[in-house]
Design a protein around this ligand. Structure first.
Ligand code: GLN
Length: 199
């Protein structure tokens, strides 16, 4: 399985390392031609305004959007989630705009810049998933066909899925817990199985 990691800015190296640890091959994506032959794609955390600006500058925004619309499984974490959302409060330029979500940048304020939590995500793992939040966004609205995957104890939505697209407000690549990456690879495998008639 070959997974592309958008490598324009942010913590793409940590995602690449974790993907390799769970058995995937990794391509760092910087050019439109890097999108060829991928089975899935990860958009890392970082600075969403910068990632969106570089996607436009490097002519990746439209080709990536088309590939995801055509079914390429994608996981966006933190800034990557902001770039995937239809509406992002505080994002001053166009993102991919593919998931039926309204997100809010830096939703947890300066006092709680970073925090960690153990999340119940029954669809992902049968034990709590350890999550690291860094200047994290929240998901303010989830519209069908997007679905809530996880909330904090106070009800704030911090993970959602819409078919082949997975959005997380936190950083699964900064812990030792590989369950999110394993879940994403299952999404990729299920997508491939659905493409091959009879499998
Ligand atoms: N605060 C960043 C943004 O708005 C996201 C932070 C992160 O990816 N850790 O883009």
């Amino acid at each position: 399985m070959r997974i592309g990691v958008l490598a324009l800015q942010g913590d793409f190296l940590e995602h690449a390392q974790m993907l390799r640890a769970v058995g995937a091959e990794v391509t760092e994506v910087r050019l439109p031609s890097d999108l060829e032959g991928l089975d899935g794609m990860v958009i890392p955390g970082g600075e969403s305004t910068t990632i969106a600006r570089l996607l436009i500058r490097d002519d990746l925004l439209e080709p990536l959007r088309q590939r995801i619309r055509a079914g390429l499984p994608v996981m966006g974490t933190c800034a990557g989630m902001i770039v995937l959302a239809e509406h992002a409060e505080g994002l001053d330029r166009e993102g991919l705009g593919l998931m039926a979500l309204d997100v809010k940048r830096n939703a947890f304020g300066r006092q709680v810049d970073s925090f960690e939590a153990d999340l119940d995500m029954p669809r992902v793992a049968d034990r709590p998933v350890h999550a690291v939040f860094i200047r994290a966004p929240s998901i303010e609205q989830v519209r069908p066909p997007a679905e809530v995957l996880a909330t904090l104890d106070d009800g704030t939505v911090i993970a959602a899925q819409q078919g082949n697209m997975l959005a997380l407000a936190f950083h699964p690549e900064l812990t030792d817990d590989t369950s999110i990456h394993q879940y994403f690879l299952r999404m990729v495998r299920d997508h491939q199985a659905a493409l091959v008639p009879g499998s």
